[in-house]
Ligand binder design. Sequence first.
Ligand code: UD1
Length: 419
Amino acid sequence: MSGQKLIIKGGKPLNGEIKIQGAKNSALPIIAASLLCSGKVTLKNCPRISDTYASCRILSHLGCRCSFSENTLLIDTENLCCTHIPDELMQEMRSSIIYMGALLGAKGKCSLSFPGGCQLGPRPIDMHIQSLKKLGADIKEEHGEIECTALSGISGTKITLGYPSVGTTENIMLCAVTAKGKTVITNAAREPEIADLSAFLNKCGAKIKGAGSGTVVINGVKELHGCEYSIMPDRIAAATYISAAVCSRGEIALKGIEASLCESFLSVYEQMGCGIYAFDDSIYVNAEKKLHSPGKIMTLPHPGFPTDAQPAVMAAVCRTDGITIFEETVFEDRYRHVDALVKMGADIKVVGKAAVVTGQKTLYGAKVAASDLRGGAALTAAALGAEGITEISKICYIDRGYESIERDISLLGGDIKRK
Ligand code: UD1
């Protein structure tokens, strides 16, 4: 798989409509949450991406059964027996850390190692560990192995996060949902995917209020049952395809996603001069005319501009008039796509947390490599607006989060092949 490439011939405006896939960042914690349920879980609109397959491998290792039928994932946790996740499975994705909370909640213990995932700078797990300790877990780390036990059970408590970390908020929710008593998280992450996790858990019998706001209240319940649930659409995939439309000066419609879910970044495309029109459950984008810089963009926790959309929007502004300044405040090393964009003719200077992009009339096809998931997808968008042919290698990163980027871009009329 890792040897495959995307070959993209740029210059043809995208035109057409696609349905947006289910959200990776919602599916991953919800798959982990199914460990807490007795009975079967049916997840509809579940993206078939390498990260959800990695999650299924973790569940299978733990004794559960997972099977995909199109975009429906069936999970049976009846034979959940194991509480150890080997290092090679932990290394497959950053999100594997949420199995700490899920297994503590389900079995009162677990052993695992530090998670892998995209290299976006240091990605410590100190907040996860501190929070789960507050809930009563005893956590010891030796030679990279983390042993967690909760001999006297998990008990609800008040936890104030120093930073609204998405994964930490999810880990606390997973651990506290079957705890004794009430847990209150303040300064919780407010991403819509947190609200989706909460909606799933509540459908399984949990008592969670306030998810998606800064204060989440979890009243512990004895047990959770299975349910059928539909995963929310992927707003970051939407940003990727809107950027692809901008780069190619196209006109596209994204189905199955409400504009309200994308508020944190749609305004940036509007500031560029794109026509963005919202219908019930679809977004129509017109990027045919001359576009200009949206000015300054700072990445922030939700409801601020999402760091995951930064690479795609950077690809888009490479082809607008004027100078755009990015300030990346969420991750330390999230400009790894810049070198490849520069190789394609972009004018981008990185100074510390800032990246200064001077818009260019033309980008050119080149041989480039994806350096992480969203950075790789951004190169695909850039290539669609570039003159000539772009060859993107290391697309295993892109496959972590996109079901089939070449299928969706082809449906929009783009010239793209996987080789
Ligand atoms: C999640 C998303 C990822 C997104 C990110 C920020 C998933 C599967 N991934 O990642 O796509 O880019 O939110 O929106 O949902 N931090 C610490 N200590 C900790 C935990 C986090 O210092 O214990 C720091 C991180 O290094 C980072 C910042 O907090 O600088 C944000 O991380 P966090 O919100 O936890 O992101 P993830 O859950 O890893």
